[in-house]
Design a protein around this ligand. Structure first.
Ligand code: HAM
Length: 417
């Protein structure tokens, strides 16, 4: 019997790896331009990092975590997201002592036991950024601008839209929560089973439910933005003002709630209409209470994460041509006695920064040239009996099909374009 991948897990195959490199490299470049440094926390944490960090009544903690008992009986969990781990690391490594502002980014797989479908997997990858140490709305705006730049430079910005809101803080949000709980209790029978439960545990999440009956029930409810206290309101206004000034387009969507409990004030999602129901490509916001909640000092923070698979799906849609695998030179020889020469030539050319393929299989010249064509090699170096005896090889320009004889010792000096 063949062995298989686990449901919801996927290989990222060489066919598509160039897109991954392109997106990861683009993101890294931009993050570094904004002063972020990479951090690589472990993929496994004690379960309480996530239960305390993300919130006990969230879908992630209630039903999506890959949690195991370790050999010593402790409960450990494969990270379902990055933020809680980064906060744990920030506290554990006393980063606040090293710098008043810490800007960290990470990249790698996350694990959630969700129902797999296009754009939704049980193992998926995120690029995330987290900034610690400031309440200033400039940092909120800058995080959104930076995220937007990642999308623009990854050539997928045209299919994306920023949605923005504020969740207020501990002063103003409870009033809003009471208000909508009251309103929704009156419509309890219209809610789905999950939302009936949320009414007691996490009523704001009902605003985010995609089920038609729930959307209907929440349609006429007041907006959280009308409940913001003065400080939260002016913070949100300033974020918008800065985005306007930088000409970053967004829509205000007061129904954004987010599926993780740690957020306050600014929240945002970057969405697309191109990927069906998995429309969120990135999301983030402020979480000023999380460091304290996980045992650190009171430290404000803001961040986001973008789903790489969803970025790739968009890139495939917008740029189906993809990226070529680069082969500068293909070396084909007619007889095995030239094997050593071919290997040495390839080594020398690679030293010059050229990508070189040698076919060591015992095949005909015709099939080797076919392979060179398939690889879209720019040049083929042909080592043939008669030329070699005269101390020469042929170099064929694969685009023009023109050939040139070159001295064996002069191959390194040949101008491969
Ligand atoms: P999140 O909204 O849970 O936020 O995930 C962020 C992004 O990860 C989503 O917008 C989506 O692109 C991708 N994603 C999530 N689940 C899946 C899945 N099952 N399959 C494929 N892609 C998925 C967070 O994780 C927060 N930690 C973001 C954050 C960072 N907030 C502040 N800092």
């Amino acid at each position: 019997m063949k062995t298989q991948t686990i449901r919801g897990f996927k290989d990222i195959l060489p066919d598509n790896i160039k897109r991954w490199h392109f997106i990861e490299d683009t993101a890294k470049q931009i993050l570094e331009l904004y002063g972020y440094s990479e951090i690589r926390p472990p993929m496994l944490e004690f379960t309480e990092v996530f239960t305390r960090g993300i919130g006990n009544t969230t879908d992630i903690v209630e039903k999506e975590m890959y949690t195991f008992e370790d050999r010593d009986g402790s409960s450990i969990t494969l990270r379902p997201e990055g933020t809680a781990s980064i906060v744990r690391s920030y506290i554990e490594n006393s980063m606040h002592l090293k710098s008043p502002i810490n800007k960290l980014y990470y990249l790698g797989p996350m694990f959630r036991h969700e129902r797999p479908q296009k754009g939704r997997y049980r193992s998926f990858s995120q690029i995330g950024a987290e900034l610690f140490g400031s309440y200033d709305p400039q940092y909120d705006a800058e995080a959104i601008i930076m995220l937007w730049e990642i999308f623009e430079k990854s050539s997928i910005g045209s299919a994306l839209q920023i949605e923005l809101s504020s969740l207020g803080d501990d002063k103003c949000r409870p009033k809003y929560k009471d208000e909508i709980t009251k309103a929704l209790k009156a419509k309890e029978s219209e809610l789905c089973d999950d939302c009936k439960r949320r009414l007691a545990t996490n009523p704001l999440r009902i605003l985010d439910c995609k089920k038609e009956s729930c959307s209907k029930a929440t349609a006429g409810l007041p907006s959280i933005l009308d409940f913001l206290c003065e400080e939260c309101d002016s913070h949100f206004k300033r974020v918008r003002e800065l985005l306007d000034r930088m000409e970053v387009e967004y829509v205000v969507n007061p129904k954004i709630v987010r599926g993780l409990d740690y957020y306050n004030r600014t929240v945002f999602e970057v969405t697309t209409t191109e990927l069906g129901s998995q429309n969120a490509v990135a999301a983030g916001g402020r979480y000023d209470g999380l460091v304290k909640q996980l045992g650190g000092q009171n430290t404000p923070a803001i961040g986001f994460a973008t789903g790489i698979e969803r970025m790739i799906l968009l890139h495939e849609k917008l740029h189906p041509e993809g990226f070529d695998k680069r082969t500068d030179i293909y070396i084909a020889y007619l007889d095995n006695k030239y094997e050593d020469f071919a290997m040495k030539t390839a080594f020398d050319l690679r030293q010059k920064g050229l990508s070189v393929e040698v076919d060591y299989n015992d095949r005909s010249l015709k099939s080797k040239l076919k392979r060179a064509n398939k690889l879209e090699a720019k040049y083929t170096v042909i080592i043939g009996e008669e030329e070699f005896a005269r101390g020469k090889v042929k170099i064929r320009d694969m685009q023009s099909s023109s050939e040139e004889e070159v001295d064996l010792k002069a191959i390194q000096k040949f101008e491969f374009r």
